[in-house]
Every structure is written in C-alpha cells, then in structure tokens.
Design a protein around this ligand. Structure first.
Ligand code: ARG
Length: 460
C-alpha cells in the first residue's frame, strides 16, 4: 500500500522498481537518532519563535521521543515505501501525535535536514575514532616502554641500514596516530557547522532562529550561505581523507607485521588468538588480521575517491546525487573503527617480539658500517674519505666471509692508523644505537624522552 508522499501534483505512484531505486531507507536508517534529535531542536525552535504554539512544540518533541524509544526497542522498522528516514519519521510522528505532526516540516526541507543529520552523525563518530586512536597509541607506548633496549634492524630500501631501538621504531607509529588524532580534531571543526534552516536552498519566509537550533544541537556556528549549507559535502570528503591517512598508517604497520612474522624475518611470533591456519597446509599460521587491515585500506580510499567524483560536476544546490554520500561515509567510519580496534588487540595480545632473534639479527650484518666511518670522521678524517675507506673494508670482509667485528686490531690499523682498541665497542650494536642521540634519534636517552613526551600527549 503506497502512501501518498508527494503533493497533489502527482497522480500515480512510483513504479515499484523505481521506488526501490530511489529509496535510501535501507542505509540512512543509520541516521535515525540524529534525525530525531535534529527534528526535536527544529520543533523547539518553531515554538520558541512563535511559528507554532508552545503546546504543539511539546507534542512534537515528545512524539519524536516516543519514536526513539520504539526504534531502540526494535519496534520501528520502516520499509521501502517510506523512501528515506526523514519521511519515515514524519509519518510515524503523525500517526502518534495526529495532524500536528504535519507541522514539523514547517520552514524546513529534507535538504537542510539530511545535512544536519549527517553532521551530527559524523561528529559523534569522529569522537569515537579519536578514542580508538588513543587506545592504539596507548598499546604502542606500553610495548615501547618495555623495549627501549630491544634492538631491531633498521631498513631503507628494505636493505639493512642501521640498527634501531625497537621502541623507536614503534614510536614512529605513535607519531602518525598523533597526527591522525589532531587531523580529526581539525576536520571536526568543519563538520560542526549547522545547515539547519537553509531550507531547500534559499532560506525560508518564516522568522526562524538558526542560531537557536545550532545552540541546541551544540554546533559551533551556522552556514553563512543557504546554497552552500545544503550542498556542501567538503566535511565528508575531509573526513574520508583523514580516514584514508589513518588506513595508510595502519596498512604500513600491517605490512611490517606480515614481513616480521615470515620465516625470512622471524622477528615476531603470532599468538593463536589473532592468527589463522590453512585448510590444507597443517604447518601454516597466517597473519590474517594485518592482511585484512591492509586490504580494507583499499575500501576507504575508494570511498574518498567516490565522494570526490560525486561532487565534482554538481551544480548548486542539492542534487539527488548527494544521497550517494552516505554508504561510503558509513562504511569508511565502520572500517576505520574496526581496523583500529583489531590492530590494537593484535598489538596488545596477538604478537610477541622475539628479542633474542632480533639481537642476533642486528649483530650479523654490516649495519654498523656508518659507525666505522663516523669513528674515523670524529678523529679528523674527512667523512667522504672515511666512507670510501669503509666501503673497501666491507668489500674485502664480504669476500673473506667476515663481519666488521671479526677484523683484528692489526687489520684495522692497516686500514687507517686512527683505529684503536675501542673500535670494537664503537661498532657493537648497543653502542651504535645508544650513540645516535641527536634530537629525535634512536639513542636510548632520546627514546626515553620521547616516551615521556608521548605519555603526556595522550593524558587528556
Ligand atoms: N534521502 C535524501 C538524501 O539522502 C534526503 C534529501 C532528499 N531531498 C530531496 N530534495 N530529494 O539526500
């Protein structure tokens, strides 16, 4: 039974397939609580400004509250015939409170309404995502604190470069998450602007008070231009951009975890609670969690791209294309939350660093070669000369099947008379890491300071 939605201008109902095609109720039901809150603020404003009576205002507000309870108890499940959440609510409201329900949409359009709902939704989701980021940062800090003096090979080009404090390596991800957290705060400021009262596109003939609704809904300000207010989706794009960057960071960490868990690296072991097996190869233990996070990154990028393309050719003001903003946004929100949560669990209890194996790894390569060059440079040899000299030493050592620590003092002194017995300590992995004590470097003293600063940063 198709109810009459449109004005008397229409004589017959929508083709059923077109009704389905047109409807957004199946996904915009996600907005219902925000729609109810937004409508309550609108009703209060209508009463406050005398556009409707105080009593009518109260009826509307409590009718909307009843719908909220019905929805929460699973008793309000509008179907496709309602088209979207806004119509569904208005219809139910009119069933509950009678004809006065038909006054709710005075001085309002679904265009400013849906914009309001989406912003209220995103504002809350951003807060939740920021909390997830904090949890992620916390677990990174906990692991870092335990591993300041655990060493791990550092890479450039995925070739052994210079050894690192494991804490320093992990803190790089703390910093990324910190920027993500701040970036979401910035985005929030542009999400939190009220389009309510922009009407369909041009404002309204009624003496509404946009600042009053904005205040009731805790918006920081109101859109200055009604056309912009109903058709701006910059805030959603900015959010998806920030979400994409979060996913970039999680995906890079995922890639490292996947590598570290491989037989080739053996830097971590995966615990049973966060790994899966193979249906055919009994020996397998697979890093599904980081693989999924890496894979889901593509979805969020896709939503960002989709949203940009939806917007690029739209003339002012509202166009139905804008209904397409929701599914990607909702999925982006849900994906980021799920990935942050899974990654936090994985780090907290799903993997273990193999510190002994890591210690062996840093001792068995030429990643202390820079330090030999630095040793000479600190003793007056121009760095480029020292660099060339050490290059030669590396070449002959490789040929002889030796590491730098295996050279005798005589061999060192043949290379250059500046070498003394302290060269062995100077190139030991621990010394090498401890010595990189420049600001922001991997030296233990720096890392301890960084941990301290990081702890303070998230203490809010
Ligand atoms: N369901 C619509 C959307 O999500 C609500 C706004 C519809 N406005 C309109 N003029 N058709 O965008």
């Amino acid at each position: 039974t198709q109810q009459q939605t449109w004005s008397q201008r229409f004589e017959s109902a929508l083709h059923p397939a077109i009704a389905l095609f047109n409807a957004s109720i199946n996904f915009d039901i996600e907005l219902i609580e925000y729609d109810l809150t937004g409508s309550q603020a609108h009703a209060k404003m209508l009463a406050h400004t005398g556009i409707i009576s105080a009593e009518e205002g109260e009826q509307l507000v409590s009718g909307l509250e009843q719908i909220r309870q019905e929805y929460r108890q699973g008793q309000f499940q509008p179907g496709v015939d309602a088209e979207d959440v806004h119509f569904a609510v208005e219809r139910r409201l009119t069933e509950i409170v009678g004809d006065v329900g038909k006054k709710l949409h005075t001085a309002r359009s679904r265009n400013d309404q849906v914009g309001t709902d989406t912003r209220l939704y995103l504002r809350e989701q951003i807060q939740q995502i920021r909390n997830y980021l904090r949890e992620f940062q916390r677990v990174i800090l906990d692991i870092a604190e335990q591993n300041v003096e655990t060493l791990i090979p550092g890479y450039t080009h995925l070739q052994r470069a210079q050894p690192l404090s494991l804490a320093h390596h992990l803190l790089a991800y703390f910093e990324m998450a910190q920027r993500d957290w701040e970036r979401l705060g910035d985005v929030s400021r542009r999400v939190n602007i009220s389009p309510l009262g922009c009407g369909a596109l041009a404002g309204t003939t009624f003496p509404i008070d946009r600042h009053y609704t904005a205040e009731l809904l805790n918006f920081d300000s109101v859109y200055a231009n009604s056309l912009d207010g109903v058709s701006d989706r910059d805030f959603a794009i900015e959010f998806l951009c920030a979400a994409s960057l979060i996913m970039v960071h999680l995906s890079r960490l995922s890639e490292e975890i996947i590598l570290w868990a491989s037989e080739e690296f053996r830097f971590i072991t995966l615990k049973d609670s966060c790994a899966t097996g193979s249906s055919i190869m009994p020996q397998k233990k697979n890093p599904d969690v980081p693989e999924l996070v890496r894979g889901k990154t593509g979805r969020v990028f896709g939503h960002l791209q989709g949203m940009l393309v939806i917007m690029k050719g739209l003339p002012l003001a509202y166009n139905k294309d804008l209904q397409e903003d929701k599914e990607g946004l909702f999925d982006g929100v849900n994906t980021v939350k799920a990935c942050l949560e899974a990654m936090t669990i994985l780090l907290r209890e799903g993997l273990e660093f193999r510190s002994q194996r890591l210690g062996e790894a840093v001792a068995e390569d030429f990643s202390n070669a820079t330090d030999v060059a630095d040793y000479l440079a600190a003793r007056g040899v121009p760095f480029r000369e020292a660099y060339n000299l050490v290059g030669k030493v590396v070449k002959t050592s490789i040929a002889a099947g030796k590491l730098l620590k295996d050279l005798t003092l005589e061999e060192w002194q043949q290379i250059h008379p500046a070498f003394a017995a302290d060269i062995y300590d100077a190139i030991a992995p621990r010394t090498v890491v401890a010595a990189r004590n420049s600001y922001g470097g991997t030296g233990f003293a720096q890392v301890n300071k960084a941990i301290h600063t990081a702890r303070n940063q998230i203490r809010e």
